[in-house]
Ligand binder design. Structure first.
Ligand code: NDP
Ligand code: 8X3
Length: 249
């Protein structure tokens, strides 16, 4: 596979699993995140095939500088995986924190826009680009206390559709992968490090793994150029919707 793949949020979960799988398939990877030591571990495993960039997607100047700093061999990015994102809190609207709301909108929505805009010149070159947005089932339906996280992922859904329309004339591919419950650090972040509460989310049923999503992303990238997976929803077999999960009692 001859691709240069830029992955945000490659320091854990879905992004990390995708970086590892695509590196194994022969892609050159630009692995991004804020936790430098995590990225260094990836680099150590794959050496020259991985370039790491440490920046916060919320900071548009850092995003620009990070993209501008790409060395030869990693500059011609043709696949962007907009994956960085998280939920912060799970509280009813009247009790939720404004800081949590800011974080979700700044990371999941504005961060995705900043990174996409910064990489567009490379993606549009020769009409060969491919943008894969990691949305969520939370971008397809709303669940109680999900308020702003769901809103941020509905925004990703809208941006995915809008990008596909606006970039259609350039002949590049734009699509989303929308997972249901995947066991990653997602719930640890949502519950601010409360590991017991996070583990409870995935108890009593079989969630998806980050590797399941990485395989789907690999499938999406390896379709022939005339085939664009525009919008894909994937859930664990035990999940029927955001509010219905078959759990052992
Ligand atoms: P993780 O918490 O394991 O990974 C999140 C990644 O995003 C980390 O690498 C983190 O890196 C990065 N990130 C978070 N904030 C920032 C920031 N401000 N700047 C740069 N990078 C950031 O969760 P997942 O792997 O589960 O999440 C990946 C994506 O998948 C998210 O968009 C999430 O919404 C989505 N998703 C997850 C589902 C799930 O059930 N787990 C289901 C549906 C969608 P670092 O902290 O090093 O910056
Ligand atoms: C992550 C899945 O159901 O926790 O987007 O919102 S969920």
């Amino acid at each position: 596979m001859e691709h240069i793949v830029f992955i945000t949020g490659a320091s854990s979960g879905i992004g990390r699993a995708t970086a590892l799988l695509l590196a194994e398939k022969g892609c050159r990877i630009v692995a991004c995140g804020r936790r430098e030591s995590r990225l260094a571990a990836l680099k150590q495993q794959w050496g020259e095939q991985i370039h790491t960039l440490c920046f916060d997607v919320r900071d548009r100047k850092s995003v620009r500088e990070a993209v501008d700093s790409l060395p030869p061999g990693f500059r011609e990015v043709d696949v962007l995986i907009n994956n960085a994102g998280n939920a912060h809190g799970l509280d009813p609207f009247d009790q939720a924190s404004l800081d949590d709301w800011d974080a979700m909108i700044d990371i999941n929505v504005k961060g995705l826009l900043y990174v996409t805009k910064a990489l567009l010149p490379s993606l549009l070159k020769d009409g060969r680009g491919h943008i894969i947005n990691i949305g969520s089932t939370a971008g397809k339906e709303v669940y109680p206390k999900g308020n702003v996280y769901c809103a941020s992922k509905h925004a990703v859904d809208a941006i995915n559709q809008a990008l596909r329309m606006d970039l259609n004339a350039h002949g590049i591919r734009v699509g989303a992968v929308n997972p249901g419950l995947v066991e990653t650090e997602f719930s640890q972040v949502r519950f601010k490090g409360d590991e017991a509460r996070a583990a409870q989310v995935y108890k009593g049923f079989r969630p998806l793994t980050p590797e399941d999503i990485a395989e789907i992303i690999h499938f999406v990238i390896t379709r022939p150029p005339h085939v664009n997976i525009a919008d894909l929803v994937v859930m664990p077999t035990d999940q029927a919707s955001s509010t219905l999960v078959r759990k052992e009692t």
